[in-house]
Design a protein around this ligand. Structure first.
Ligand SMILES: [Zn+2]
Length: 78
C-alpha cells in the first residue's frame, strides 16, 4: 500500500499534513526542516503526497493525480 493510500485512509492525519506543510515567506515548507536549518522547497514531498491522497478521497483514481485541478476528463489518450 502506498503512502498516498495510507493517508487517504486517515483523514485526520491528512488534514494535519495539509495544514502543517504550508509555504513560508521564502517559498519553503514550514514543516520540512532539517536539524541544520535546511528547508525543503514547497510544495514538499509530503505536501504532494497529501494532495494526491486528497484527490483519491475526492474520487480520483490511484496513480492518476498530476497536481492539476479541474483537468479535462479526456486527459487519457484514446
Ligand atoms: Zn513539508
Amino acid at each position: 500500500m502506498s503512502l498516498v493510500a495510507v493517508l487517504a485512509e486517515m483523514p485526520d492525519l491528512l488534514e494535519r499534513t495539509l495544514s502543517q506543510h504550508v509555504p513560508d515567506d521564502r517559498g519553503n515548507c514550514r514543516e520540512c526542516r532539517g536539524p541544520s536549518g535546511v528547508t525543503a522547497t514547497w510544495p514538499c514531498l509530503m505536501r504532494k503526497v497529501a494532495a494526491e491522497a486528497q484527490d483519491l478521497r475526492a474520487g480520483g483514481l490511484p496513480g492518476t493525480y498530476r497536481g492539476a485541478r479541474h483537468r479535462p476528463l479526456r486527459a487519457v489518450a484514446g
